[in-house]
Design a protein around this ligand. Structure first.
Ligand SMILES: NC(=O)c1ccc[n+]([C@@H]2O[C@H](COP(=O)([O-])OP(=O)(O)OC[C@H]3O[C@@H](n4cnc5c(N)ncnc54)[C@H](O)[C@@H]3O)[C@@H](O)[C@H]2O)c1
Length: 259
């Protein structure tokens, strides 16, 4: 499978280093050229050329890039892997890309990213699900600067403080850095209006922690992941890059494990 990667940052670089001869594109062309040099990949002159030479197009750039990259890939019948899942929270964008995929027979993949338990949530959602709650706990420094945090309010915390509890679609604008995880969870389960997000600043933590709790006809489910940051981008969890590679390997594998 020929893979083309749009976005040569933490996730794109990790993928390129673990795939043979990926096509590479970045809005900073020098990043694609450098990564091509380091990994034996090929820098593409533009999106059209990258799509032409790829069977699978990976978006590892930004939520704003999802529509353009998705449109180019799916219109040409190429499969699409979306890392900036929050770009799919916009119903207009999501429906348009789904329409293109259905028209061309291409697939859209959204890896689990930094969260765990999407397999169980998807299974559970075949029947009645009463609640899905995502609790994200972060060190205060990782939340500083978010629109949902008053300036200076997190300095000198001596215990955990809940900053937000509400539907995933409201959390989008207040805690944008958390959106990929809540978007993936919403799409796997009961949607952004019903999925509840809680954001907690916890000074005892050094890692970002995501907990998922769900209840329904199936019973109850709880998962918890303590994420190590990516060595190339502290805002990105290493597990997110691993999950992208696992998804790509899974496409080619004859044995599909999990839901
Ligand atoms: N699903 C998840 O759980 C999860 C976890 C972490 C990150 N992400 C998302 O994945 C994406 C990549 O993450 P990262 O840590 O590799 O980011 P990064 O900032 O390290 O790298 C992004 C790269 O994409 C390039 N870029 C941005 N917009 C572009 C465009 N329109 N066209 C071409 N190149 C473009 C940038 O120049 C940069 O080199 C981000 O949107 C991030 O929010 C998702």
């Amino acid at each position: 499978m020929r893979v083309g990667i749009v976005g040569c940052g933490a996730i794109g670089s990790f993928l390129a280093s673990n795939l043979d001869g990926a096509a590479l594109l970045d809005r900073h062309p020098e990043r694609a050229l450098r990564l091509a040099d380091e990994t034996g990949g090929a820098a593409a002159p533009g999106l059209e050329e990258l799509v032409d030479t790829s069977d699978l197009v990976v978006e590892a750039a930004s939520p704003a890039a999802v529509e353009e990259v998705g449109d180019a890939a799916l219109s040409a019948g190429r499969d699409l892997l979306v890392m900036s899942v929050s770009g799919l929270m916009d119903e207009g964008v999501r429906e348009a890309l789904l329409g293109l995929a259905e028209g061309s027979g291409a697939e859209i993949y959204t890896p689990s990213g930094a969260v765990c338990g999407l397999d169980g949530i998807r299974s559970a959602s075949v029947a009645r699900v009463d609640s899905v709650v995502l609790t994200t706990r972060k060190p205060p420094a990782a939340l500083e600067g978010a629109p949902g945090v008053d300036e200076g309010s997190l300095s000198g915390l001596d215990g955990p403080v809940e900053l937000f509890e509400g539907p995933a679609d409201e959390a989008v604008s207040l805690f944008p850095r958390n959106v990929n995880v809540s978007a993936a969870l919403s799409l796997a389960g009961i949607g952004p209006a019903e999925t509840v997000v809680r954001i907690v600043a916890d000074p005892s933590l050094s890692r970002n922690v995501h907990e998922v709790d769900a209840e329904g006809e199936f019973g109850r489910l709880s998962t918890r992941v303590e994420n190590v940051p990516s060595p190339d981008n502290p805002k990105t969890s290493h597990l997110a890059a691993l999950s992208a590679l696992a998804t790509i390997r899974g496409i080619e594998a004859s044995l599909k494990v999990g839901t």
